[in-house]
Design a binder for this molecule. Structure first.
Ligand code: NDP
Length: 504
């Protein structure tokens, strides 16, 4: 049994779910295969109508669904409402795609011959999702999958499974044929079982890089289409000419919004030492009351809470300077927390009224430290200062602009020196330096004068990362269709005679 507790209030059980047995999973896979046979024949504009209906149900129930998401995931109600809005936007955007799903026409080298290429569905998909966006991420996968003519089984994270189940329930409420949209409950082994089955033809995973590697290996061995949206170690670069008020405001949101539990959260600040003190002081003052405010997000689980704390302690032992935070918020900060006081290793213990909170933390670090490369997935910002003195040469000290260019070069080297490549940001008023950064960042998302979070995934942003953050797939925008379709090229020879390509 999965007991889904509110991470802000452990005594509150939000929902309970039976774990799917292998017999049930086999049945789901068979249903998915059967439903695909007729669903793929439904014209795409008709398939799109189900998405529009689902968007309307979400709109009508927005308040209640946001409340449920807020309770199971812990993110503030305003953020939960934003996430439900993203589901609506995603469904509406891909409903529009139902009237396009464009193919191509080629130019034949022979007379009396046409060549067209169409996109066709592939088959049953399996979605494996994380807990941090329990409604939006399943919608990023479900909408392009369904409109393209595939069926799916969603395996949501056992830490926040309800919003994903509701998504499938709402899709079925629109009248989708049985077996088109299903949900399986359980931990990684349930996902793994579905992926290994020869019945599943597409695999789409949002999770850690380790999980992605495991799943991709299985998918590759079976030639399955595989889309990976994985971890990040996102950096914001701040140059001395930046609007510092905008920077601190952006960093509060980027590093501490959702308590740093976004794959795009800002976890490194790479900054010109001339403005470092002003920014760090400004940030410290802005976050001093955040940890105990109502708009602060709890950490999803006890396991994750102690992992964050261990990474911070390890960094300090390696020589990092603790500027603020660096502790689990316990008795006195947010009221008694028997779970933490008792140092229980039980992740979700009944009887405790408090949640898992980690203090907003700032560390000053060196780029070679382990924390500079490790994803923390918590409210921890690591500051790396760049001192112009270390880059003084005749050339770059001639003008302030030359100096800024030299600092930027080093900042970009550090920003790109991790295995991840999801999101990056640059704060400067110099358009040339901003554009040089946009071109040099090794990441799928780049922000200019904005934090690393906040992609508009209702069509405008293509969401996904470079390097170990993924395998080139993109969600949120039109290219999500690439995961769920395969091409078929059809040559029509109406000349009435044999024409031999490349020979006649
Ligand atoms: P995990 O990788 O631990 O889990 C993700 C999902 O994969 C869960 O449903 C999990 O099941 C399942 N899973 C775990 N192991 C396997 C396996 N061997 N085979 C199949 N499924 C498996 O990630 P978290 O849930 O902790 O999420 C945080 C991570 O997700 C971070 O690294 C974050 O950066 C990344 N993320 C990436 C996003 C992106 O778009 N790039 C967006 C959001 C998060 P269960 O947990 O139920 O056991």
């Amino acid at each position: 049994m999965i007991i889904n507790r509110n991470p802000a209030k452990n005594s509150e059980i939000v929902s309970q779910h039976e774990i799917s047995t292998t017999a049930e999973l086999d049945k789901m896979l068979a249903k998915s295969t059967e439903a695909f046979k007729s669903w793929k024949l439904v014209p795409a504009p008709k398939r799109a109508e189900y998405l529009l209906k689902a968007a309307n149900i979400y709109r009508a129930r927005k308040k209640e669904l946001s409340e449920t998401l807020h309770r199971e995931n812990g993110k503030p109600i305003e953020e939960a409402e934003g996430e439900i809005q993203e589901v609506i936007d995603t469904f509406e955007f891909f409903a529009g795609e139902g009237r396009r799903i464009y193919g191509m026409t080629g130019q034949s080298e022979m007379p009396g011959k046409s060549i067209i290429t169409v996109r066709e569905p592939i088959g049953p998909a399996v979605f494996i999702t994380a807990w941090n966006f329990p409604a939006a991420v399943p919608s990023w996968k479900a909408a392009p999958c369904l409109v393209s003519g595939n069926t799916f089984i969603l395996k949501p994270s056992e830490l926040a499974p309800l919003s994903g189940k509701i998504l499938v329930d709402i899709l079925n409420e629109t009248g989708l044929p049985e077996g088109v949209a299903q949900v399986a409950m359980g931990a990684g082994d349930v996902g793994s079982y579905l992926i290994k089955s020869p019945a599943s033809k597409i695999v789409s995973v949002t999770g850690s890089t380790e999980t992605g590697r495991e799943v991709a290996t299985i998918a590759a061995a079976n030639f399955k289409k595989c889309a990976l949206e994985l971890g990040g170690k996102n950096a914001a670069i701040v140059l001395a000419d930046a609007d510092l008020e905008l920077v601190t405001e952006g960093l509060v949101w980027g590093a501490y919004g959702t308590a740093g539990q976004r794959c795009t959260s800002t976890s490194r600040l790479i900054i010109d030492s001339k403005v470092s003190k002003a920014v760090v002081d400004g940030l410290k003052s802005k976050i001093s009351k955040l940890g105990t405010s109502r708009s602060y997000t709890p950490i999803i689980s006890y396991k994750q809470l102690v992992k964050i704390d261990a990474l911070v302690k390890e960094a300090i032992a390696e020589g990092a300077e603790l500027i603020c935070g660096g502790e689990i918020l316990k008795h006195g900060d947010r009221g008694a927390n028997p779970l933490i006081e008792a140092k229980s290793t039980d992740e979700k213990l009944a009887g405790s009224n408090d949640g898992y909170y980690y203090a907003p933390t700032i560390l000053k670090i060196k780029p070679e430290m382990k924390i500079a490369r490790t994803e923390v997935f918590g409210p921890v910002l690591s500051v790396i200062e760049i001192d112009a003195k270390n880059f003084q040469s005749k050339e770059n000290s001639k003008t302030p602009h030359n100096e800024a260019e030299a600092i930027l070069k080093e900042a970009l080297r550090i920003a790109n020196s991790t295995d991840y490549g999801l999101s990056s940001s640059i704060y400067t008023r110099d358009i040339n330096l901003a554009m040089q950064s946009a071109s040099a960042f090794e990441s799928g998302l780049v922000y200019i004068n904005a934090p690393t979070i906040g992609a508009e995934c209702g069509g405008a942003s293509l969401f996904g990362g470079w390097k170990n953050t993924g395998n080139g797939s993109r969600e949120g925008g039109i290219t999500a269709l690439d995961t769920y379709t395969q091409y078929k090229t059809i040559a029509i020879d109406y000349s009435g005679r044999l024409q031999r390509a490349q020979i006649d």
